[in-house]
Design a binder for this molecule. Sequence first.
Ligand code: ZN
Length: 655
Amino acid sequence: MEQGDVATVRGLEGSTETGRQRPGRAGPVAPRPASRARLRPLALDDVALDPAGHLGAWQRVNRDVTLPHCIAHVEERGNLDNLRRVTGRADGDFRGLPFADSDVYKTLEAAGWELARGARPALDDFVDQTTRLLADVQEDDGYLNSYFQGVHPDRKLREFHWGHEMYCAGHLLQAAVAVARSTGRAHLLAVATRLADLLVRRFGESGEEAIDGHPEIETALVELYRLTNESAYLQLATRFVELRGRGLLGPDRFGANYFQDHAPVREATEPTGHAVRQLYLAAGVTDVYLEGADDTLLAAMEELWENLLSTKTYVTGAHGSRHRDEAYGDPYELPPDRAYAETCAAVASFHWNWRMLLATGRGRYADEMERVLYNAVAAGTSLEGDRFFYSNPLQLRAGHDGTDEDHPSGRLEWYRCPCCPPNLARLVASLNGYVATSDDSGLQLHLLTAGEVTADLPGGPARLRVSTAYPWEETTAITVDSEHEWTLALRVPAWCREARLSVAGDPVAVSPDADGYVRVRRAWRPGTEVLLTLPMPPRVLAAHPRVDAVRGCVAWARGPIVYCLEQHDQPAGAPLEDIRVAAQEAPRAVAGSDVPGIPVVLVGQGYVSRADGRQLYAEGAAAAPDGEVVEVTAIPYFRWANRGPAPMRVWIPTS
Ligand SMILES: [Zn+2]
């Protein structure tokens, strides 16, 4: 099946995957027609991001810089040689962490989604050569993992709590799905299904009871099921979900919470342990719900989400406050300077929220996708696309020791554990798959960005041309080309008050429904213009009083963007640590900044009370803001650390 077509893979014959009126190339998450999804993702070809828009520009940088950077690094850092040495084509020791194969797979997945937008010889070569290598490394029974094959061949599929074998397998499956859907070529899929079949034989019904310490295989198996219609993959994913929380992983120095193996998923509704594992597991549980329809799973995920969002999520949408085990802290334990906030956790949150959106149709999940994407995910990459953060603190102090790659003062080229850069690459390459959905009533637009959206709706085709400078400007113009009646649903984010809408020049009263959408139902005429205005006055945010770490501080935001103060933009002689602002005073938005990548800054009045030489501890109450009055300037948080190391803070003291 080396050069086979996807249709030759068993179960695919005659499948249109998404139940659409015409076959389309499905994106990263494609629930089956009989699933419980309330909303259906559009096909990959149905959404084209405009490179002049915010997300389209990001996708272009990802294609031109980030993805080639990842491909170069999995070569230079030995990930590909780890595979070659299994076949005798490379010498030397295994390099990197035991799950180094996963970086190759995530890079392959990113390449796969990118190839959906057209052939690119360098990407095609990478996919084809790496696939041939993987096929050579794969054992006759389907086993494939360069660390265990090359270093510990006697310990294969035995060390579930730290081995990451099924985690790596999951990323291979997802890469294979991406390449198959985008290119129609099944060569990588053939490798992936041989490995998945081994897992089914070994761990399926009546097989060995085991789960992987790092979730990922669950979503991957569900997606492989969606692509191939092979129900054994869904059954195995369901089994892994059901077996979690029964102590199968055994004791660990971080405790069973670390792996979310402390309680069954229906009872484990307090977010806990390693943040990426928690969120990947949640995405897997939601996928199993979508295809299996056990309502108790969705109820548990909704409770988990509410706990997470009300007590353990940073204002940027980031997750995880403990460096020791990359984990959630206690409720309200959200220190800005010691935020762990791994980029992968932000990516994982985006993935989970998309599945919750498909399951429920509720805009709060799209709101969260927007927050985490524009802030926590975006902060992970430099403006040029070739430097990355692993942890994403919300404050960097003057004098910070940035020598540890666990907490550097700026983005790094690569990491000892380089999980984040290729994770960013695969998400950004597939962003067009997350912009809009359809259902029997019409189209839903969840992320506002410039581009084109087309869909075959039950009554006929529809096309939207979206022109917008969102998230910097308030008004989005949508030209609808269609000739039948359907409903256009536009998300009104929870941060937005008094949204305005006009259709064909006529103002329309806007009142978002319970799901957070305004819905316009009409018999459309070609060229009908819809104008949506989401006013973005700068907002002053305060944290829940129990978040001790930022008590007495405020954060500034505008639209979906969280801002920060960076030393570069403050007046000379005003150390960032000594700047205060008034609690109730909103800054003003100023467009036309000359700093690259920052169209809008926030400018407000601050006070500088220099504290050099003060005793570390002294008697007396904290003073109200006073001192020299200065103008302080805030930039979007995700653009910090692009002009050299400098102190930065999201939360600004008011006293
Ligand atoms: Zn990571």
